[in-house]
Write a protein that binds this ligand. Structure first.
Ligand code: TXA
Ligand code: MG
Length: 325
């Protein structure tokens, strides 16, 4: 299959890209679309046959459920039951990078949720993604547009690296704003459980209730929270201080720097996540720089730990998963 990349830089390009995406989605095909977090591999969430193609294209195990992206809030009662706390979160953070787990209705095919009684819901704020899903007027299932276990794509070129020849269309919306996947939260009464750290921080969620991490008590566990994920092919090590690293003779180590401290000269390559100690900027750049270092023929990537406050929690979560083999 030939993979076409459609630009969206000027209005008529954008209109053509959107109309092409709609034609393919209506025909039950998968299409890569930009969101404000990472690029998604989208298909009609209400068609089990279309959703199967997502799993096949990504080589994703069927036990790993997908996020469903709604065209507008009016769709909510058709696909899930929301508590009043869930509705408050939607009011505050939608459209945007927050995914909420809710009990699903029978309209959502079981393959989407891997048989779970809950569905992960989000509404994207990206102008291209939201134009497509609104015009389609059906929810879109969309995981990150990478092969399973690999680094999520934050640019159209990354999607092409991952899925060239496997999908008919990539809509190029430029680099993504947040650079990390959405925060995933489960809502139980007045308690919020973060299942995946992301652009909406624990501090922002704490305004709405008690925030816990990891285990949901009354809901089934997320089968997709696998420890080894976002994996570069190059082994990755996390350190507090890049200067403390000892590079074995003849080995090429690359540094992924966070702080303003100079990178020691014994690193063969180096990349910096932010020039101004800004965690938001660092999050946006993380996957792009990881991908670049992964392509640099290094023996090891050494990542400097970031603080764990705010966006730092999500960055460290991704680095830890990338360091698991
Ligand atoms: O920012 C994002 O969330 C991107 C964009 C494209 O929207 N999507 C994304 O999807 O990151 P994906 O499939 O790469 O990650 C979704 C995660 C998986 O770890 C999956 O296991 C979990 O969400 N998930 C989905 N439905 C779930 C459910 N019903 N219960 C528990 N976890 C669920
Ligand atoms: Mg993913």
């Amino acid at each position: 299959m030939k993979t076409v990349v459609e630009p969206t830089g000027v209005p008529n390009e954008r209109a053509q890209a959107i109309s092409r995406a709609l034609t393919l989605l209506r025909a039950g095909e998968v299409v890569a679309l930009p969101t404000e977090t990472v690029y998604g591999l989208a298909a009609d969430a209400l068609s089990a046959e279309a959703v199967v193609k997502i799993f096949e294209t990504k080589e994703r195990p069927r036990f790993d459920p997908l996020i469903v992206h709604l065209p507008n809030p009016a769709w909510l009662p058709r696909v899930a039951t929301a508590s009043s706390l869930a509705e408050k979160l939607m009011e505050k953070f939608w459209p945007g990078p927050l995914t909420i787990l809710l009990p699903k209705t029978s309209l959502i095919p079981d393959i989407v949720t891997a048989g779970l009684p809950t569905v992960a819901l989000r509404m994207s704020a990206h102008p291209v993604f939201s134009a497509v899903v609104r015009e389609l007027d059906r929810p879109l299932a969309a995981p990150s547009a990478n092969r399973f276990g690999r680094i999520s794509p934050t640019a159209a070129a990354h999607v092409l690296e991952e899925l060239d020849g496997r999908i008919p269309l990539i809509v190029d919306g430029g680099p993504t704003e947040h650079g990390l996947e959405s925060t995933i939260v489960a809502v139980e009464e007045d308690c919020l459980t973060i299942l995946r750290e992301g652009p909406i921080t624990r501090e922002e969620l704490a305004v709405f209730g008690t925030v816990r991490t990891g285990k949901v008590t009354t809901l089934p566990q997320a089968p997709g929270q696998l420890p080894s994920h976002y994996a570069p092919r190059t082994p990755l090590l996390i350190v507090d201080d890049l200067a403390s690293v000892i590079v074995p003779l003849g080995m090429r180590y690359g540094a992924l720097a966070w702080s303003a401290a100079a990178v020691p000269p014994f690193f063969a390559e180096s990349r910096r996540l932010s020039d101004k100690d800004d965690l938001r900027e660092a999050a946006t750049n993380l996957f792009r720089e990881l991908r670049a270092l992964d392509a640099a023929g290094l023996d090891v990537i050494v990542a400097e730990a970031t603080p764990e406050t705010g966006l730092g929690a999500a960055i460290m979560d991704r680095l830890r998963r990338a360091s698991q083999r």
